[in-house]
Design a protein around this ligand. Structure first.
Ligand code: FAD
Length: 333
C-alpha cells in the first residue's frame, strides 16, 4: 500500500494552500481533483475577473492568483491526480481510503477541500447543445484569444455572462447576448456597460431554440419567449453562463455530518470521521464565511492538526515560515 501522510480532495485555493502547509510540515501529500486543472473556482469559473479582497493584493486576476496558489503548493512536489472524482472515503482511524473513478488512494489523514462539490455547469436541452459541446458550445472561457474574429452568442443574465460579453466584444466579430428576461443579476455598472456597448446585440426575452452545425457550431436559432418569433443567424461560438449546480454529490454518502449542505467541522477543522479534516467552501461552522481568505486560513489550521494527529510528537504550531528553510534554499545548500 502506497501510504501518503495526507490526501487532499480538491485543488482549489483551500486545497492548494493546504498542500503548501503539508509540504512545509514535511508531509507526503497527494492532491486529487475532478477537474482537468488546479485552481478550483478561480481557474474554472471566473479566471478573468479581478479579486479585491486577497490579503496583500489590492487587486489580482483570479487566474493569476490560481497560478500563485499552485506554484506555492508545488514547491514541495505533492502528487497531483487530476480528472479523478473521489467517489468514496472511509477512515479506520489510522488509514483513510479514497476511491476514485480511476484508482484507490491511501493516506494517514485526509483534507476535504471540495468547495461546492465537483460542480457541473447548468446546460440547456435545446437540440445541438449537447452534441456540439467543446465544438463551439462551452461553459467556460479558457482563452479569450480563441474568440477573436468569431461571431459569439453569450447566453445568461448574471455577472459571468455580462462580463464575458463585454470582454469578448472588443475582439470578437460580433457578440449577441441572449437572456430570458429583461432584468439582469449583474453589477449595475456591468449592466450599463453592456447595454451601451456598440458591439453587443442584446436579445432580452430570448432563449435558445437550437444550435446548428455538422462538426462545429455554424448557426443558432433563438426564440422570443413572449411572442414566439424565431430568429436564426450564423454563429461560431455559443457560451452558456447559466450557473452551476452546487451539489456535494458523493461526499454526502461518506458518513460525514452535514449541515446547510456543507461538512460540519470543529475549531480544529476536524470532521466527525477520525483523521478526516475539511476546509474552505465545503465546510460549515459557527461564523462561517465562504471566502478565499477564510478558506485558506482554515486549511492551515486543518493541516497542522492533521500533522499532530498522525505524528503525536509533532507540535501543532508549525513555526514561522520565514524562519524555516524554504525548499529552494534547501536545494541550494
Ligand atoms: P473550490 O475553489 O470550489 O475548489 C474545490 C475543488 O474541489 C474543485 O476544483 C472541484 O473540482 C474539486 N472537487 C469537488 N468535489 C470533488 C470530488 N468528489 N473529487 C475530486 N475533486 C473534487 N471569494 C473571495 O474571497 N473573493 C472574491 O472576490 C470572490 N469572487 C468570486 C466570484 C465568483 C464569480 C465566484 C463563483 C466565486 C467567488 N469567490 C470569491 C468565492 C471563492 O472563489 C471561493 O470561496 C473559493 O474558490 C473556495 O475555495 P475552495 O478551495 O474551498 O473550493
Amino acid at each position: 500500500m502506497d501510504l501518503y501522510d495526507i490526501a487532499i480532495v480538491g485543488g482549489g485555493p483551500a486545497g492548494l494552500f493546504g498542500a503548501y502547509y503539508a509540504g512545509l510540515r514535511g508531509m507526503r501529500t497527494k492532491i486529487i481533483d475532478a477537474l482537468p486543472t488546479l485552481g478550483g473556482q478561480l481557474a474554472t469559473l471566473y479566471p478573468e475577473k479581478y479579486i479585491y479582497d486577497m490579503p496583500g493584493f489590492p487587486k489580482v486576476l483570479a487566474k493569476d492568483l490560481a497560478v500563485g496558489f499552485t506554484e506555492q503548493a508545488m514547491q514541495y512536489n505533492p502528487a497531483v491526480c487530476l480528472e479523478e472524482r473521489v467517489e468514496t472515503l472511509a477512515s479506520d482511524g489510522e488509514v483513510v481510503t479514497l476511491t476514485t473513478d480511476r484508482s484507490i488512494h491511501h493516506a494517514k489523514s485526509a483534507l476535504i477541500t471540495a468547495g461546492v462539490g465537483a460542480f457541473q455547469p447548468k446546460t440547456l436541452t435545446a437540440p445541438g447543445v449537447q452534441e456540439l459541446e467543446d465544438r463551439g458550445v462551452s461553459y467556460y472561457v479558457r482563452d479569450k484569444a480563441a474568440y477573436a474574429g468569431q461571431r459569439v452568442l453569450v447566453v445568461g443574465g448574471g455577472d459571468s455572462a455580462l462580463d464575458w460579453a463585454i470582454t469578448l466584444a472588443d475582439e470578437a466579430a460580433s457578440v449577441t447576448l441572449a437572456h430570458r428576461r429583461d432584468a439582469f443579476r449583474a453589477h449595475e455598472e456591468t449592466v450599463r456597460a453592456m447595454v451601451g456597448h456598440p458591439n453587443i446585440a442584446l436579445r432580452a426575452f430570448h432563449e435558445v431554440r437550437a444550435v446548428h452545425g455538422a462538426d462545429r457550431v455554424e448557426a443558432v436559432t433563438l426564440f422570443h419567449n413572449q411572442t414566439g418569433v424565431e430568429e436564426t443567424f450564423a454563429c461560431d461560438a455559443v457560451l452558456l453562463f447559466l450557473g452551476f449546480s452546487a451539489d456535494l454529490g458523493p461526499i454526502k454518502r461518506w458518513g460525514l455530518n452535514i449541515e446547510r449542505n456543507s461538512v460540519t467541522v470543529n475549531d480544529r477543522m476536524e470532521t466527525n470521521l477520525p483523521r478526516v479534516f475539511a476546509a474552505g467552501d465545503v465546510t460549515w461552522h459557527d461564523g462561517k464565511l465562504k471566502l478565499i481568505a477564510t478558506g485558506v486560513g482554515e486549511a492551515a489550521v486543518a493541516v497542522n492538526f492533521a500533522k499532530a494527529a498522525i505524528d503525536p510528537k509533532a507540535l501543532v504550531f508549525p513555526g514561522h515560515s520565514s524562519e524555516i528553510n524554504c525548499p529552494t534554499k534547501a536545494i541550494k545548500v
